[in-house]
Ligand binder design. Structure first.
Ligand code: TRP
Ligand code: SF4
Length: 326
């Protein structure tokens, strides 16, 4: 039986190849089910509220990235969180029953405050991030949520909140399962995890020339200083991408690297060629879709209407169970 699937991304930037390999490809594979893919703009605001760039400026870009990556709007409902106000309302309702201690011990809360020190994240909204995420999931009574490992604590919280609500009032919500993404963490051009906040991304909107430039500047095995030094491909981001875009040859690459039989410059050139071929159809589709921005806007509004029809029903049930309203 097809399952109901929901997932989302924060529109804090245009999407990169880490988002593609870590999430979008997985989402695409799930499209035989009843799939809902959200753009979580309220969630973006929890960390970007002081930014000069409005969240709005990335929303349509992210929809274009979704479509360029191959999501099919005839199969998936693509919608914007803030166009479905039920998310905010259910989040408020769930906040009434969510113990503070659950939120304070959430590992991503502590990690992010530490990691994003430049931003003041000691806000009510940021502490409540997983409550809003629980609302996203529970409104649709989703069976499963495809996420990366970093999101597992949030999914577990959503399940705990559902259980607590169902116990306190009556069973309204479903406990969603995680569908874990198999792709290991995608490294950025500097070898750290690919992330917009590190400025080390290769974006789906980068031209082949930009991709090539970024690849040629990538870090390699830092211990390999000279051509004669043997390398360790397993700590090299260039090699990681060989395993993705040059599957037939990556073992040869590893062998030659480990035995100093290839130089890093030629290794990068070879990888860049494959990566550009891999990204080219996405880049070209993106260029085509960009010409139809107003249609993309309409698509998002339509998707949000569809989402709202379901969300409104669940919210009504939840409010009634909690004894709020008339
Ligand atoms: N928190 C998720 C992230 O940062 C984005 C997100 C918001 C999400 N709501 C969701 C993911 C609901 C899955 C389900 O990646
Ligand atoms: Fe990385 Fe290739 Fe250089 Fe080895 S040869 S360190 S895999 S770039």
């Amino acid at each position: 039986m097809p399952k109901r699937i929901l997932s989302g991304m924060r529109p804090t930037a245009k999407l990169h190849i880490g988002n593609l390999l870590g999430a979008l490809e997985n989402w695409k594979r799930l499209e035989g089910n009843e799939t809902f893919f959200m753009i979580a703009d309220w969630h973006a605001l929890t960390t970007e509220y002081a930014s000069k760039t409005p969240i709005k400026s990335n929303v349509i870009e992210v929809v274009i990235d979704y479509l360029a990556a191959g999501l099919d709007p005839a199969k998936s409902t693509i919608f914007l969180q803030s166009l479905v106000p039920e998310h905010a309302e259910l989040s408020l309702l769930l906040s009434m029953i969510t113990p503070l201690s659950w939120l304070e011990r959430n590992p991503t809360y502590k990690d992010q405050i530490e990691e994003l020190k430049a931003k003041d994240l000691s806000t009510h909204g940021f502490l409540g991030y997983p409550v809003l995420q629980a609302a996203d999931i529970l409104l649709y009574k989703a069976d499963a949520v495809p996420v990366g490992e970093d999101q597992l604590p949030h999914l577990e919280l959503a399940r705990e909140i559902a259980r607590r609500f169902n116990f306190l009032f009556r069973p309204v919500f479903k406990e969603a399962e995680a569908i874990l993404t198999k792709t290991p963490k995608v490294p950025g051009t500097d070898g750290r995890k690919m992330s917009k906040s590190y400025g080390n991304t290769i974006d789906l909107s980068d031209s082949p020339e930009e991709v090539d430039k970024k690849v040629m500047q990538m870090v390699t095995d830092p211990a390999r200083k000279r051509r004669e030094d043997k390398g360790n491909p397993h700590i090299c981001p260039v090699y990681f991408f060989h395993t993705v875009v040059n599957k037939e040859n990556h073992e040869t690459v590893a062998h030659e690297c480990s035995n100093a039989l290839r130089g890093c410059v030629e290794c990068k050139q070879e990888m860049s060629k494959h990566l550009r071929a891999f990204l080219k159809p996405i880049y070209e589709r993106r260029k085509e879709i960009e010409k139809r921005r107003s249609q993309i806007r309409d698509l998002l509004i339509e998707g949000s209407k569809k989402a709202k029809a379901i969300a409104a029903q669940t919210l009504a049930e939840a409010k009634d169970a909690a004894g709020i309203g008339i």
